[in-house]
Design a protein around this ligand. Structure first.
Ligand SMILES: CC(C)(COP(=O)(O)OP(=O)(O)OC[C@H]1O[C@@H](n2cnc3c(N)ncnc32)[C@H](O)[C@@H]1OP(=O)(O)O)[C@@H](O)C(=O)NCCC(=O)NCCS
Length: 198
């Protein structure tokens, strides 16, 4: 197992990642007001973020993204629907689950939900993980009753593998995780169009 995989520091690609609908690039201070307003009850239900979520928390999140990139642990992106446009979400690649295994995490702002954007972000990050970081597998670890996230993972083409008992930790507590995975071969199948999102 390569101890130094992926090589540190992680760096954001020079150009935004895009599939023509979703644009992923670096979050900046210009995103702070949107970020503060974005963390609603739906996100707080599923992610262990500070509540109420303040400007100070948003600044800390920006600093955390830089620090995690420097340490080679997480490369987090702003989700947008146009280059230079407003933030509509956050999506990141985490490298902590073993050699050549990347994990994805995401949230989408309320007005942008229900349009398949999380699935698109997940596929873009999968491509980055496979092509640039030579990952063999991308995982999404989801609280089993988080239906919206499970649907997003399925929409991205990820395969449900079962429940990993105490596979997640939040605020120091263990939780079961529904495990979804994408392999490089899964990206050859187009994203599901069943909801007419494409
Ligand atoms: C999970 C999440 C990122 C999905 O993002 P998204 O881009 O809206 O995903 P989709 O458009 O594929 O919709 C997924 C499901 O969300 C639900 N949904 C649809 N519109 C919605 C809306 N306006 N508001 C909330 N949920 C909605 C539906 O169940 C949908 O599944 P369906 O299309 O099969 O009915 C988003 O709900 C979110 O930010 N959740 C809070 C944070 C979170 O749970 N992150 C993941 C942790 S593992």
């Amino acid at each position: 197992m390569p101890d130094d995989w992926p090589a540190r520091p992680l760096r954001w690609p020079p150009q935004p990642l895009t599939d023509g609908v979703v644009v992923l690039d670096r979050m900046t201070r210009r995103d702070l007001p949107t970020l503060v307003g974005a963390i609603d009850d739906h996100i707080l239900r599923w992610l262990p973020l500070p509540s109420p979520y303040t400007h100070v928390d948003a600044i800390a999140f920006l600093e955390w993204q830089q620090e995690m990139a420097d340490r080679g642990v997480t490369l987090n992106f702003a989700v947008r629907t146009e280059a230079g446009g407003p933030l509509v979400g956050s999506a990141g690649l985490h490298f902590r689950n073993g050699p050549r295994v990347a994990e994805v995490g995401y949230w989408i702002t309320a007005p942008a939900r229900g349009r398949g954007l999380a699935a698109r972000a997940m596929r873009l990050l999968a491509g980055l993980a496979f092509d640039h970081y030579d990952a063999r597998r991308l995982e999404a670890l989801i609280l089993p009753d988080n239906t919206a996230s499970r649907r997003a993972a399925e929409r991205a083409g990820a395969v449900y593998e079962g429940v990993r008992r105490h596979g997640l930790e939040a605020r120091g507590e263990p939780f079961d995780a529904a495990v979804y995975s994408l392999l490089p071969s899964d990206l050859r199948t187009p994203m599901k169009t069943d909801a007419g999102y494409l």
